[in-house]
Design a protein around this ligand. Structure first.
Ligand code: CP
Length: 304
């Protein structure tokens, strides 16, 4: 079993991982040697703070071992992803990969003899969405019937939230004036529409009024953030998105908790005062990456 997105996962399987993450957080001692002598290869083509740290610490605390592999230092750069993965999966028990292209991750999954976890590509960020749903369940005690409003660019994080929410009974409204085309997955959106739990609007103020959670993300993908060639597109996005910033004015009539998957760009997608306000659960959400990483690893590796 791989975790590329949530397409192969039922709502109850997803809920099982979320509940496991909450249990792991409450009772870490129960899982101390659960992955004794197991190895996780973590291969990164893009930058990361949380995904790297949470999975590496998760493996250590579960009794296993993780290897950080910078893509640029490997022979993935000069050979087929298929062949290199054939080798890699014969020496480790699991692979977590943050690749630029989902197409390469699909090749990796096909070649691998062990589970492959998507550490975020241009289409999906499933490990983040599991931490998000865990955080929501911790705050409210349940998921079914809650309402999350995502305000930002329609991107990989947005896709996985749509999948994760609609599979676990959470209503999700997206307010996304810009669609990041590389993330487009019509099949995912069609499946979400069928549940009746997914809708989209441009009226952010109306959408947040009865929301339980308001969520935002960066307006520019990490691989382009410092790229001079992307300057014009970055400026265009800032111009279009500024009216959709999460700030006190937008949330005046809302009691929603505020979420962000981080890294944050203060003063752009979210104002500083909101990040520091009591309604912000952003740092708790980021802490939960560790427990959700453990739950994902346990699901894929325990007793294997
Ligand atoms: N949210 C998230 O995936 O953080 P990193 O990019 O730092 O891993």
């Amino acid at each position: 079993m791989h975790l590329i997105n949530f397409k192969g996962l039922s709502g109850s399987e997803l809920t099982e991982i979320i509940d496991k993450a909450i249990d792991v957080k409450r009772h870490p001692e129960k899982y101390r040697n659960a992955l004794d002598a197991k190895s996780l290869a973590m291969i990164f083509q893009k930058t990361s703070t949380r995904t790297r740290v949470s999975f590496e610490v998760a493996m250590t605390q579960l009794g296993g071992h993780a290897l950080y592999i910078d893509w640029r230092t490997t022979n993935f750069t000069i050979a087929d992803v298929y062949d290199e993965t054939q080798y890699l999966s014969r020496n480790v028990d699991c692979i977590m990969a943050r690749l630029k292209k989902n197409a390469d991750l699909q090749v990796m999954a096909k070649a691998s003899h062990v589970p492959v976890i998507n550490g975020c590509d241009e289409k999906y960020h499933p490990t983040q969405a599991i931490a998000d749903l865990m955080t929501m369940k911790e705050k409210k005690g349940f998921l079914k019937g809650l309402k999350l409003v995502y305000i930002g660019i329609h991107n990989n994080v947005c896709n996985s939230l749509i999948e994760g929410c609609t599979k676990t009974g959470v209503k999700i409204t997206t307010v996304t004036p810009i669609f990041n085309e590389p993330s487009r997955d019509e099949e995912l959106l069609e499946e979400a529409r069928k549940t009746g739990l997914y809708e989209t609007t441009l009226d952010a103020k109306q959408a947040v009024k009865d929301a339980d959670f308001v969520y935002t993300d960066t307006w520019v993908d990490m691989e382009f953030f410092l790229d001079p060639k992307y300057k014009e597109e970055k400026e265009k996005r800032i111009r279009i998105m500024m009216p959709y910033q999460i700030n006190s004015e937008l949330l005046k009539e809302s009691k929603a908790y505020v979420m962000h998957d981080m890294p944050i760009h203060r003063g752009y997608e979210i104002s500083s005062d909101i990040i520091e306000s009591p309604r912000s659960i952003i740092y708790m959400q980021s802490e939960n990456r560790l427990y959700s990483a453990k739950a994902i690893l346990l699901k894929l590796l325990e007793n294997k």
